[in-house]
Design a protein around this ligand. Structure first.
Ligand SMILES: C[S@@+](CC[C@H](N)C(=O)[O-])C[C@H]1O[C@@H](n2cnc3c(N)ncnc32)[C@H](O)[C@@H]1O
Length: 362
């Protein structure tokens, strides 16, 4: 039988009390995330940002929602420090400084979008608990809101800086896209990034591939007017075997390698499909690969949680490697080398604490 861990230092009551306070805050903040998500999905933040201080009835009416629910939600918003309340007038207000981080008008800065992950992962908590006991994983199709939230996330975080920050990382690519090249996006999800590129660069041709038939159906419907983009629902696990040789000038993966079943096979396929003068642009999570260093990461807990309850488990569910979102830069570079790539530049974008942007050549 294993021995209990030995207590090496004297019990510190002040430390215990401080920790209990920290967990108390976590309880409040976890609950707040669920309510931030509801505020986003119901449009309450957007609607309040356009209102002068208002009663719960006025807020509910303006948003077209039921007052009783809105009043309870406002309770969480006031106690959570998001909304201000004047007990004299019974009116609630969303300060402009808070609206700047919670509304659709805030575009790239709307953090309520990310709060949706907590509820979206909650759907599978019991299945994850079962996996802790029996192993295996939870498949993609068991997450009813994943593609919805993911598309909103990347539609905000990637699209907002696609032309200003991301494309300029790849030397000469804008000129080549304007002239007309072949582009492939793997693990494209609902395909919003490709749709934007296809609209912006009509002379180039774009192909998106993803495992999810639902996500691909959405991508197709969203681009039915565009003739230079094609989406395919396919499993990339054996992409190394069927990737066309030297077919693409630019290949992209946005947050789509670490949750693959067979990431190395996908990378090997990418290398095969890339033309000699082509570029592979890879966005992946900026973990260090060392848990003690990731403690400094501003989103460390969130990213390990999303990894455990999504990225790692969906890969394991496909009989895959289960790399996890926090596999880190060192391992990413090792995988790129094993896939046969010769030149890799790791970039960070100032506004993006979550990702590394790898510009890769054969
Ligand atoms: C984290 S999401 C990123 C989606 C998209 N690139 C974006 O940024 O919105 C990862 C994507 O990889 C896809 N994927 C996972 N395993 C796959 C597989 N074996 N073959 C093809 N696609 C896969 C998922 O369906 C999902 O859309």
């Amino acid at each position: 039988m294993s021995q209990p861990a030995k207590q090496t230092t004297a019990f510190d009551p002040a430390r215990a009390e401080a920790f209990a306070g920290r967990i108390l805050s976590a309880l409040n903040d976890g609950a707040l995330c669920l309510m931030l998500s509801i505020g986003h999905r119901t449009g309450l933040f957007d609607s309040m940002s356009r209102l002068d201080p208002a009663t719960s009835t006025e807020i509910a009416d303006r948003a077209g929602l039921k007052e009783r629910y809105v009043r309870e939600w406002l309770g969480a918003m006031v106690t959570g420090g998001v909304v201000e309340y004047d007990p004299e007038s019974g009116r609630y207000a969303l300060p402009a400084e808070h609206a700047g981080a919670l509304t659709r008008a805030a575009a790239a800065d709307n953090m309520a979008v990310f709060a949706q992950y907590i509820g979206a992962l909650g759907y599978v908590e019991s299945e994850i608990v079962e996996c802790f006991v029996n192993g295996g994983g939870v498949p993609y199709e068991n997450y009813p809101r994943f593609h919805d939230v993911m598309a909103e996330d990347s539609g905000q975080s990637v699209l907002s800086s696609l032309e200003s920050h991301i494309l300029p990382l790849v030397p000469g690519i804008v000129e080549r896209l304007e002239a007309g090249i072949e582009v492939l996006d793997l693990g494209c999800g609902r395909g919003l990034i490709l749709a934007r590129l296809a609209a912006r660069f009509p002379r180039s041709r774009f192909t998106g591939i993803d495992l999810s038939a639902d996500a691909i159906a959405y991508a197709r419907a969203n681009t039915c007017e565009q003739t230079n983009v094609d989406y395919q629902a396919r499993d990339l696990s054996d992409y190394a075997d069927w990737a066309p040789a030297a077919a693409y000038d630019l290949i992209t993966t946005f947050d789509a390698i670490h949750d693959q079943a067979q990431p190395l096979a996908v990378l090997r396929g990418i290398r095969r499909a890339l033309r000699d003068d082509g570029y592979y642009l890879m966005q992946d999570i900026s973990g260090t690969g060392h848990v003690h260093r990731d403690a400094e990461h501003p989103l460390g807990t969130l990213l390990y949680t999303v990894s455990c309850m999504h990225c790692m488990t969906v890969s394991l569910a496909q009989g895959g490697e289960g790399l996890g979102a926090m596999w880190g830069e060192t391992k990413t570079l090792e995988y790129l080398e094993r896939a046969g790539f010769g030149r890799v530049t790791t970039n960070r974008l100032e506004h993006d604490v979550q990702n590394n942007w790898y510009v890769v050549q054969k």
